[in-house]
Design a protein around this ligand. Structure first.
Ligand code: BG6
Length: 484
């Protein structure tokens, strides 16, 4: 059994080789490499660690570094220059076509040479940072070249990190999973949904189950609706060709949005570990009611931002949505009848991801003073709202009502708010990809999607996607705050 020696601060000490397929791509520059530099800067990477970037294009080592360095999505001053430089000393490049067995042979030799130099059988982590259409070829070649077989003495593991979307529908997802299952054991497969690693999302379970105030009202008797929003200011940002094939529903609906729903709606996990939590999430997702084609017009809306058709890579006249809103229902005793609105769009005025839980409003228990529940006053909704602000300005807040000072009994809304940045120790929140890579190193799959979750999410999304064209596509202006 491979052993990872992990220090208390999260550092893994066993030598590790991290192979990135598609290192020159957008994801590697935006998320993966900045996270690895972050881990390096925090001294959480093993002392013996290296990255082998695999990509189709041919570069000299210097050209490769320049290219990657220039595209990294990091803020000025985020890392010390010397950390970036030393990190890049650990990065090498292997040019090859993803479908060429010879390239995997060369990669294999490079990996063996590093192990020999280190005098140890290292861990190998493979990351697929490429369009999903290339997954099958890469996975098969990895298996054929035996790169995925842990070293003979069993001290080093091999694991695979795989990005969404997992398939385009339930069938393609099942066949990808079948292939993965043939080549790897489940404990070697780390399916990334980076939203699961966002700090406030993790807090949902802790907040709910560790505060006796909330769990008793976490049900249909007290909650009238849940609104999950993922709004982004950015558009498709150079990903037009890929995005145009999938649209917002597959891009974020099948994964991030349903994961947020399941964290809100799930039952208490039987065990608080990867097995228990993943099972509880999957079970909730399986309970999401399928939407029939004839219900779609009433329960779903979709839109496209003005100018989307001019984005590079987007097909002329494309009807791909950059916005959607779906009213979902969770069919169990706890939630029956409570609408869960899933709403996401690009090209909005601001980027904001949050979950609002609306508790029952007016007249649940009757007002204290009848006369003041009439007239203008009665029009004000007196719903308590619990909000998890995932990003930016991470916070948890509750809207509640207080009596305005003075003789009257008029109540006014006020907010109780816990803001992470107000707590000095919480102000530097862990980055989602840093967390995921760290967990993949230590073998903790709690924040990764299981095959059951993937299948359950596609079971809900596929019938909507198949009938999407029946929902009119509304064109909206960039910079909107909301869509009517
Ligand atoms: C990705 C989607 O999974 O999530 C992107 O493919 C989206 O379209 C991104 O922009 C949002 O992630 P974050 O972490 O920036 O909120």
């Amino acid at each position: 059994m491979p052993i990872d020696i992990q220090n208390n601060n999260g550092k893994i000490s066993h030598p590790t080789i991290f192979v990135i397929f598609g290192i020159t791509g957008d994801l590697a520059a935006r998320k993966l490499l900045p996270a690895l530099i972050g881990l390096y800067a925090k001294k959480l990477l093993p002392d013996r660690f290296c990255v082998i970037g695999f990509s189709r294009r041919s570069f000299s080592r210097e050209e490769f570094r320049e290219l990657i360095r220039g595209r990294l999505n990091i803020r000025p001053g985020q890392f010390k220059e010397e950390d970036i430089k030393h990190f890049f000393d650990k990065v090498s490049y292997e040019q090859g076509h993803f479908d060429s067995p010879a390239a995997y042979g060369r990669l294999s030799k490079q990996v063996e040479a590093i192990d020999k130099q280190w005098g140890q059988c290292s861990n190998k982590l493979f990351h697929l940072s490429v369009p999903p259409s290339l997954y099958e070829g890469i996975l098969n070649n990895l298996a054929t070249s035996k790169l995925t077989v842990p070293c003979g003495d069993g001290t080093g593991w091999t694991r695979i990190l795989i990005e969404k979307p997992f398939g385009n529908d339930i069938e393609t997802a099942a066949s990808l999973d079948k292939l993965l299952g043939k080549l790897f054991k489940e404990e070697q497969i780390f399916r990334i949904d980076h939203y699961l690693a966002k700090e406030v999302l993790q807090n949902i379970l802790a907040f709910r189950f560790h505060n006796s105030l909330f769990e008793p009202v976490w049900n249909r008797k007290f909650v009238s609706r849940v609104h999950i929003k993922l709004f982004e200011k950015i558009g498709v940002e150079g990903r037009g060709a890929l995005y145009d094939k999938i649209g917002a529903l597959t891009d974020v609906g099948q994964n991030h949005m349903l994961q947020m729903l399941s964290l809100i709606a799930m039952e208490r996990p039987k065990s608080f570990d990867a097995v228990g939590v993943r099972r509880a999430r999957a079970k909730t997702m399986r309970m999401v009611e399928t939407i029939k084609p004839k219900q779609l017009g009433r329960l779903a809306a979709r839109g496209q931002y003005e100018g989307y058709l001019n984005e590079p890579g987007v097909l002329p006249g494309s009807k791909t949505e950059t916005y959607f809103r779906i009213e979902a229902k969770v069919n169990n005793t706890r939630w029956k009848g409570v609408p869960f609105y899933l709403e996401s769009g690009k090209g909005f005025a601001d980027s904001r991801t949050e979950i609002d839980i609306y508790f029952n409003g007016n007249n649940v228990h009757g007002w204290l003073r009848k006369d003041e529940s009439h007239g203008e006053f009665a029009k004000v909704s007196r719903q308590n709202i619990l909000t998890f602000r995932i990003q930016p300005e991470e916070c948890i807040k509750v809207r509640f009502f207080v009596k305005a000072p003075g003789k009257s009994w008029i109540t006014e809304p006020r907010t109780l708010k816990f803001k992470y940045s107000d707590v000095p120790e919480y102000s530097d929140l862990p980055n989602d990809y840093e967390r995921l890579i760290g967990d993949a190193f230590s073998g903790d799959q709690m924040l990764f999607a299981s095959t059951e979750e993937i299948m359950a999410s596609w079971r809900f999304i596929t019938p909507i996607a198949e009938n999407w064209s029946k929902v009119p596509l509304k064109i909206y202006k960039r910079g909107v705050r909301e869509i009517e």
